[in-house]
Write a protein that binds this ligand. Sequence first.
Ligand SMILES: Cc1ncc(COP(=O)(O)O)c(C=O)c1O
Length: 206
Amino acid sequence: MERGRLTDVCAWAKKKRLHLLVDEIYQGLNYVDDMPSVLELDQSAFVVNSFSKYFGMTGWRLGWVVVPDEYVETANILAQNLYISASSIAQYGALAAFSSECIEILDARREAFRERRNFLSAALRDLGFELPENIQGAFYVYAGIKNFSNDCEKFCSDLLENHGVAITPGTDFGDFKSLEHVRIAFTTNMENLTLGLARLEAALKN
Ligand SMILES: Cc1ncc(COP(=O)(O)O)c(C=O)c1O
């Protein structure tokens, strides 16, 4: 979230005397500047994060939580009762991920994602999908399909069954206008994205 909006959210939480719990899992995979951690603005927030996205360690089951000082003991008790420890191999892998050579690779990867985002969002707009002006981070496009359908589940299932394109219905992500949205990932390479777009175009012309 950009600094301005995050500042407003923090002010709201403070007014309500609430702690924010913020999932910052896509931190480092942003394509606009000034997307700070909530901890820059609100020291009473809880932050959860993981090695699954920017660090590309999906499936290693390793993450972290930052808790305000007064909750450290409670968090320890919870952690000890929920699990014993992350595996050693995952912990050593994560240590290596902090090396400058690795960060260089990960930053180059983000730039590759940026290129795919630019390519995919322009192509989807041309096909008639509705997209936000600027996709600010992560590796997905959340696209409006009003021009084609008002049932994202039917839309996705038809694409999968009859056209060999796998995208995710908006209903997997909540209720707000979800029937008229789909999520398209750009975690695959440009060649596959190009193929997927060609299939999508053919499907929409049907
Ligand atoms: C916003 C968000 N939070 C958390 C997760 C969970 O990640 P993991 O359990 O792999 O650390 C995901 C994964 O897709 C995600 O998109």
